[in-house]
Design a protein around this ligand. Sequence first.
Ligand code: FAD
Length: 406
Amino acid sequence: MSASPKRYDVAIAGGGMVGLSLAAALAELPLEVVVIEPVAPDADEQPSFDARTTALSSGSRRVLEGIGAWPALAGRTTPIRRIHVSERGRFGTTILDAGEQGLAALGYTIENRLLGRALRERVGKFARVRLMPARVAALETGADAVRVATDTGGTVEARLAVAADGAQSAARGALGIGASIADYGQQAVIAHVDTTRFHGYTAYERFTAAGPIAVLPIAEGRSAVVWTLASEEARRVLALDDAAFLAGLQQAFGLRLGRFTRVGRRQAYPLALTTADRIVAPRAAILGNAAQSLHPVAGQGFNLALRDVAMLAELLAEGGDPGAPELLARYEDSRAPDREAVVRFTDSLVRGFGLPLGPLARVRGQGLLLFDLLRPVKREFARRTMGLAGQQPRLVRGVPLPGGRA
Ligand SMILES: Cc1cc2nc3c(=O)[nH]c(=O)nc-3n(C[C@H](O)[C@H](O)[C@H](O)COP(=O)(O)OP(=O)(O)OC[C@H]3O[C@@H](n4cnc5c(N)ncnc54)[C@H](O)[C@@H]3O)c2cc1C
């Protein structure tokens, strides 16, 4: 007779940026947690902790502090002191300045690989969090637990299952939650570049007819480029040699950082807006890309997900059954306004500025010129960028979880 499966309080499908962040948030609570993830955080093929750089909001910094991951990151982040927004072929420029907002920084950049290492290190300190190297293959919801089967033949049970297994989430489907997918027909080409002019801790967001380009300040005076292009154009640009790539980027971005002199490895990510119909199911919650996968134009995906993590951890810290329907209903209700606003904000930014001949094409130049004058809009943009908008969970406000760490 086979032994009955080990029972956990929380089983997390996916140990990428969001799954591991949740595990770190729960690590100091009296909960038994298992993270089921097939790819080690430092493996080359890790899809979450890869060659990308993530722009973290100030709110995300506070969450990472609250979950104990910041000390390992602090020396490796680069502050963003200014955000410069412009549109090719038009004179409008908007500058968001940390000083103007009374802040030392609007946000921080961190290489995804370093983030993965810091989260893994943090989680590894807690015997109550188990990392299981496997892929979730099936979920079956019972009255008091979810049974999770893996591709390695293992089975565990948990009072709460969390799907954090990315945009194509198999767990989401297995939980019976549908998702709508709107393909943008674009890809984000990413690369690190050297420039002749120091970035001065400024992040650039440039809207061009072909799509938006973000150039973020990173360590050692280098910059991380996220260049969004129609899929076919992205494939062409990826295939260029370094000199031709740099020349194309230079033409699209201009001379704000002087000349682009060197480019590292390039990678492309197909872009779609994926939104799950719901973010809870009986004894289950879905988080991160599995709940909503956004266009990276405004760098909001992980920042939004960390607020989901903070709220779920806050509710779980109250004690009781982690999969109780009332807890899940509170989680869904409390996250709805932020989630809907960020999805709408990001999508309208892409459709308004990013796509050629978008519905706002005729007024977008004017809109951008006015942007600097429209203080409330600008403030809203800055607040969203910094992750300060809306009702905030405790960790986002820098308040420790009850029963958790300071
Ligand atoms: C080019 C680009 C730039 C971005 N820049 C920013 C930015 O600056 N700021 C920001 O906030 N956001 C940014 N984002 C968004 C951010 O990357 C996502 O929000 C984040 O990756 C979501 O993490 P996740 O853990 O939910 O999903 P993923 O990163 O997709 O990770 C999913 C994990 O689940 C695992 N998995 C998959 N299937 C299974 C299974 N069956 N069982 C178990 N595990 C499984 C995978 O191996 C992986 O580790 C950017 C995105 C892109 C594409």
